[in-house]
Design a protein around this ligand. Structure first.
Ligand code: ZN
Length: 248
């Protein structure tokens, strides 16, 4: 059986003599691995379509174990990002995050659209750390971990609380947080940015001027929140930290 889908290339590695094993995030099928056959032969038209963080329309043939990529058309290469090492590394980081956090064969069209717009944004405007944090938070939300920020996640009491509990996935009021050791203190600008990113879109976000200190705290918070869930879900220790080492 044949099918086609727009896809973002997460990574590709050598496989047998002239093939590549490609990990990709497809719009219709979600994350999957497929084989691009004969790609290392001169003149292979597929070669350009399966480079990391390319956006391509791919045609697949369903195989017994792994599907084959039979044809492809490059839709976007993100050329500006590719010419700039920092942007390239951050785009690779986004791909790695998808690789580490998505289940196989579970379509996530909203996340797919969001990833496209972030790659486009970085290509057209350069790096913006708030936009990267926005991607991390939206990824968590799409995976089902929307943080509860305006009430106590445990008892539902309304109020401006400051103690975020990773395990509960939200703020705890003073009663519910008694004895809680691992809370993260969130308030002021950082909390405001989180709320904005949880509900806002890329257009509103790119006009926001955040302080360096708030961005740093935001980054640390999202790092811990992501790690907490990825570790529990996939048994990956310190994934984010390792991934981020390659960015500096
Ligand atoms: Zn409570």
């Amino acid at each position: 059986m044949y099918y086609q889908s727009r896809s973002l290339i997460i990574k590709s590695m050598d496989y047998r003599e002239s093939d590549k094993l490609v990990t990709l995030f497809s719009e219709k099928e979600g994350k999957l691995k497929a084989i691009a056959r004969g790609i290392k032969k001169p003149g292979s038209s597929l070669r350009a379509c399966v480079q990391p963080f390319c956006h391509s329309l791919l045609f697949f043939h369903q195989g017994r174990e792994l599907d084959l990529i039979t044809q492809g058309r490059l839709l976007d290469f993100y050329g500006n990002s590719r010419e700039d090492i920092k942007r390239t590394l951050h785009c690779m980081y986004i791909m790695e995050l998808l690789d580490k956090s998505l289940m196989d064969r579970a379509a996530m069209p909203r996340l797919y659209g969001l990833t496209l717009s972030i790659l486009q944004y970085i290509n057209n405007n350069g790096l913006n750390h708030l936009v990267l944090r926005y991607f991390e938070l939206q990824l968590l939300i799409q995976l089902g971990y929307r943080p509860v920020l305006d009430k106590c996640v445990n008892c539902g009491r309304q109020g401006g609380f400051k103690n975020f509990c990773l395990e509960a996935g939200g703020m705890l009021c003073p009663d519910c947080s008694a004895g809680e050791q691992n809370g993260i203190v969130l308030y002021g600008e950082v909390l405001g940015l989180l709320k904005l990113m949880a509900h806002g879109n890329l257009n509103t976000l790119q006009r926001v001027q955040a302080s360096g200190a708030a961005l740093e705290k935001l980054e640390l918070f999202l790092e811990r929140y992501l790690e907490y869930h990825l570790e529990r879900r996939f048994n990956l220790k310190n994934t984010i930290r390792v991934l981020k080492k390659s960015l500096s």
